[in-house]
Design a protein around this ligand. Structure first.
Ligand code: CP
Length: 309
């Protein structure tokens, strides 16, 4: 097996393999009995140092649909509260003969550190503002499922680029796959290295979304903004919030993505969140399929895929 820490370190061929495998996994998800024995006898531990609804639940279901045993550790009710360090927690989990650790942590590089000290496969489920590779895969899968090949598409990423591991991951993936990536957000929420990421930066959100094939609306991560949001939430919604009028600037068949959870009325209006272009719940569904593919490929090397046709 090999670790999945970010998308920068994967080749286009490896990305294609995950997406193709996820197509097979989605067929398994659509069955009445969505359980196959591909990972029977494997154990997976979800180790989450930050809250999660989508990622944790979908990794758990993904493992279970493939026949693995999955255990969740929520650090707030674990011995982390008693002061156990990350290394000891990982080695403790490893001693229970687990095969993979799916890990979310607030510090950038925590998953890479875990991969250095531990033998099981490490899958990064989000490390600080750095990377969220399974989100990157589910977004690419969702876009391609709509018949849009990434090459040459205009992609707009809007909002809190600075604190967003989703933005950093999708910028890396989409530029690698040949898309044109445009970003817009408050100056206070742009990273210092934005010029080196291969994107076009716009001051006005309207310029970024004009003629866009895909708009990725980021969650404003209030929990990471120690000094509070600047501009204020009300100003942010007025200047950068995606509402129906702004959405009309994009292509009529624009795909609207949002990693969730949404701050409705802040970065996305209620109407846009529920509109026909919004693929937000499809992203969640595809999240299970791509996580099945990631667990399957990392734990078996792809040798025992069941023919689902
Ligand atoms: N998109 C995402 O990572 O959502 P959760 O924080 O609910 O897992």
């Amino acid at each position: 097996g090999r670790d999945i820490l970010d998308l920068e370190s994967l080749s286009v061929e490896e990305i294609e393999l995950v997406l193709k495998t996820a197509e097979e996994m989605k067929k398994i998800m659509k069955r009445d009995i969505k359980k196959v024995p591909s990972l029977r006898g494997k154990s997976i531990i979800n180790l989450f140092y930050e809250p999660s609804t989508r990622t944790r639940t979908s990794f758990e279901l993904a493992g279970k649909y493939l026949g693995a045993d999955v255990v969740n550790i929520t650090t707030s009710s674990s011995s982390v509260v008693k002061g156990e360090c990350l290394r000891d927690t990982i080695l403790t989990v490893q001693s229970m003969a687990c095969d993979a650790i799916v890990m979310r942590h607030p510090i950038e590089g925590a998953a890479a550190y875990a991969a250095k000290v531990a033998d099981p496969v490490i899958i990064n489920a989000g490390d600080g503002a750095h990377a969220h590779p399974s989100q990157g895969f589910l977004d690419m899968f969702t876009i391609r499922e709509q018949g849009k090949n990434l090459k040459g598409l205009k992609m707009a990423i809007i909002g809190d680029i600075l604190y967003s591991r989703v933005a950093r991951t999708n910028i890396a993936a989409w530029t690698k796959m040949g898309a044109e990536v445009h970003v817009a957000g408050p100056m206070t929420l742009l990273p210092h290295d934005i010029a080196s990421l291969g994107v076009t930066v716009h001051k006005r959100v309207e310029e970024a979304i004009e003629g866009a094939d895909v708009i990725d609306i980021l969650r404003i991560q209030l929990e990471r903004q120690q000094k509070g949001l600047f501009p204020s939430p009300r100003e942010y919604a007025r200047i950068f919030g995606i509402n129906e009028n702004r959405l009309k600037l994009a292509k009529p068949d624009v795909t609207v993505l949002h990693p969730g959870p949404m701050n409705r009325g802040l970065e996305i209006s209620w109407e846009v969140g529920y509109c026909d272009n919004a693929a937000i719940r499809t992203e969640v569904q595809n999240g299970v399929a791509v996580r099945m593919a990631l667990l399957f490929l990392t734990l078996t090397g792809g040798k025992h895929i069941e023919n689902v046709d």
